[in-house]
Design a protein around this ligand. Structure first.
Ligand code: TRP
Length: 448
């Protein structure tokens, strides 16, 4: 079976060496595996959330496209496209928006960080927060679910978003799948092996620290950046602290075992830092020199890049267009030419509300379960000695009074008057747990 791997690159900056080692290089390697079906795209709609400088958006799209191609992404094998060339993505985004819980999105890190910062500064909590930022995870879910990706390689900061895509996809499946899995539920993949490169000052290489080494700058720019790498003040001839040196860490990310051992021995033998920087420069030149030539050639042919990306979009839409058709059907956006099923609507309605099911346990005690709209168990009560007590408890839960729900690791429990009266099944992780609490609250909100 092939594994569909999908990831997006936000087009707000120019790729640097850290992006190359941490994301681009491993992605291109992974795309070559025989059983891999890779989807890589420029997340340019996401870029608009973070950046309102049109010139920068456009430059970054071009640079990122040229970078991936120059580094050897094979567009016959992988599907490479711009998010904004796939109109099915924003359309799916809306369908997902209609099932994504606001409570779920309230907990997204990026949004929460903005709110926390505002509160700290005594501002309105939502000052400067756009709906784009708030809905960022829904658009990302659309990117992923549109192509039924199995694996989504991302940085740690994006794990939560992939889990939200899972939750939203699962919810959609329950509501509209009629027993069928419409969406594949994706998994985040964190490449533990992959180097997180230190920047010039030893902190993580990042544009926001201004400590990056350009990927396809001129040979001179590369040399100048490397000259700025901070080292200690050991003199030529003195043994260097190899493992405490981020210059060595940088070298390591691009060197063979043998090269690493040799460089280590030289540094311990007193190699001057200036000379060590020359070695790193040479190593990077060998790694990237040819790709830089290709990059420079590509960047001067934007029309060709346009054609390549449009071909990628056409390939992606061969999947997206029919699939979105299916999804529109599923939610009830159907052609009038088809006969409307008379009972369809009502059945849906009945299935849509949560329900309590009471039963007697083997030992004769009384219990109840609360099932959500999709029939999934949200809560199993404790054993009550008699049916009346069980009935009162389930009634109290539906009274609309403030619920006492307590999250405990993988389960949540529900309390009434200081007594633990029921608990949920175990959920896979904190996000699934929180999503279930949201569904519990929905289920217990009195309805007209
Ligand atoms: N949000 C991701 C990032 O900032 C980029 C992205 C957008 C993405 N859509 C995606 C990554 C879908 C994986 C899958 O890194």
């Amino acid at each position: 079976m092939t594994t569909r791997i999908l990831t997006g690159i936000t087009t707000t900056g120019t790729p640097h060496l850290g992006n190359y080692a941490g994301a681009i290089r491993p992605a291109i390697v992974a795309s070559r595996a025989a059983d891999a079906d890779s989807f890589y795209f420029l997340a340019d709609y996401h870029a608009l959330i973070k950046c309102d400088d049109p010139a920068r958006i456009q430059r970054s799209r071009l640079e990122i496209a040229a970078t991936w191609l120059a580094l050897g992404l094979d567009t016959d094998k992988a599907t490479f496209y711009r998010q904004s060339d796939i109109p099915e993505i924003p359309e799916l985004c809306w369908l997902l928006t209609c099932v994504a819980g606001k409570g779920l999105l309230n907990r997204a890190h990026a949004y929460k960080a903005s709110v926390d910062k505002n509160v700290e500064q005594g501002e309105d909590p939502d000052a400067g927060v756009t709906m784009g930022l708030f809905s960022y995870p829904v658009l990302m879910a659309a990117d992923i679910l549109m192509f039924n990706a199995h694996k989504v390689p991302v940085g740690r900061d994006q794990i939560q978003h992939v889990e939200m895509a899972r939750d939203i996809g699962q919810r959609f499946n329950h509501l509209f799948g009629a027993g069928k899995e419409l969406f594949t539920l994706p998994e985040a993949v964190i490449e533990e092996e992959v180097a997180t490169l230190p920047g010039l000052d030893g902190r993580k290489m990042s544009k926001s620290y201004d400590n990056t080494i350009p990927l396809f700058g001129t040979a001179k720019q590369l040399k100048d950046a490397i000259a700025r790498i901070v080292t200690d003040s050991k003199l030529p001839g003195e043994a260097k602290d190899v493992d405490g040196s981020h210059l060595f860490t940088l070298y390591q990310a691009f060197a063979s075992q043998a090269q690493q051992a040799e460089f280590r021995a030289e540094l311990e033998g007193g190699l001057a830092w200036g000379e060590a920087k020359n070695r790193l420069c040479q190593l990077l030149e060998n790694e990237l020199g040819e790709a830089r030539e290709r990059y420079n050639a590509l960047i001067t042919r934007p029309a060709d890049l346009e054609d390549i990306l449009l071909a990628g979009a056409a390939k992606a839409r061969k999947i997206a267009t029919p699939f979105l058709g299916e999804l529109r059907e599923a939610v009830g956006l159907r052609s009038f030419r088809e006969q409307v099923q008379a009972t369809g609507g009502e059945k849906k309605k009945a299935a849509k509300s949560a329900r309590f099911v009471s039963f007697r346990d083997e030992d004769g005690s009384f219990r109840f379960r609360l099932l959500d709209a999709a029939g999934e168990q949200l809560l199993l009560s404790k054993s009550f000695a008699d049916g009346k007590a069980a009935g009162q408890a389930s009634k109290a839960l539906q009274s609309g009074a403030e619920l006492d729900v307590r999250g405990e690791e993988q389960v949540f429990s529900v309390w009434l008057d200081g007594e633990r009266i029921g608990e949920s099944p175990a959920f896979a992780d904190a996000n699934a747990l929180e999503a279930a609490i949201v569904r519990l609250r929905e289920a217990l909100t009195p309805q007209e």
